[in-house]
Design a protein around this ligand. Sequence first.
Ligand SMILES: [Zn+2]
Length: 188
Amino acid sequence: MTLEQHWLTQARRVPSPNANARPAGEVSAVVVHGISLPPGEFGGPAIEQLFTNTLPPTAHPYFATIAALRVSAHLLIRRDGELVQFVPFDARAWHAGRSRWRDDSGRLREGLNDFAIGIELEGTDERPYRAAQYHALVAVLATLMQHYPAITPTRLVGHAHIAPLRKSDPGPAFDWAYLRRCLGRATA
Ligand SMILES: [Zn+2]
C-alpha cells in the first residue's frame, strides 16, 4: 500500500470539508472507530454523506439527530474491505471529540484529533467485523507506521478507550488480540 501527499493511493477519495490543520503537525496515534448508518445497517451512502455534510435529515429518523454534526474521519473501511479516504493524514479530522488518553509514555493527552489518525470500520459494537476489514486495517496500519514513525503498536486505541463514558465503539465485537497478531506478522 502506498501514500501520495498523505492520501492512500488505494483508497477512493471523498474529500471532507470537516478538517483543518493539526496545531503541532504531530501524527503519532491511531483511533479505531466503528460506525454504521442507519445504526445496524451496512452499505448505502449515509456515512459518506455525514462526513461531507450532505446527509438528508429526512431520509431516516436517526439522520435528523445527526445531520447537523460536523464530523469526519481520515479513513472508512467498508464491510468488504473497501477504503474510502476523506481527509489527508497530515490534516486534523474531526472524529474523537472530547477525549483523553494516558499515552504509552505515561503522558496525559487531551483532544486526540490534534495528533491522531481516525479510522472508521463499518460495523456495530456487537456484530463481528469481517476478515476483509481486519486485512485492510492491518495493511493500512503497516503503511502508516512506515510513513509516520511516531505511530507504534502501543499507540493504537479505540474510541471507547479515550472517551469511555461517551463512546463504546468499536465495541466488544472488535478483536484487538487478532488485530495485534496480524499486525505483528505484517511488520515483522
Ligand atoms: Zn467513534
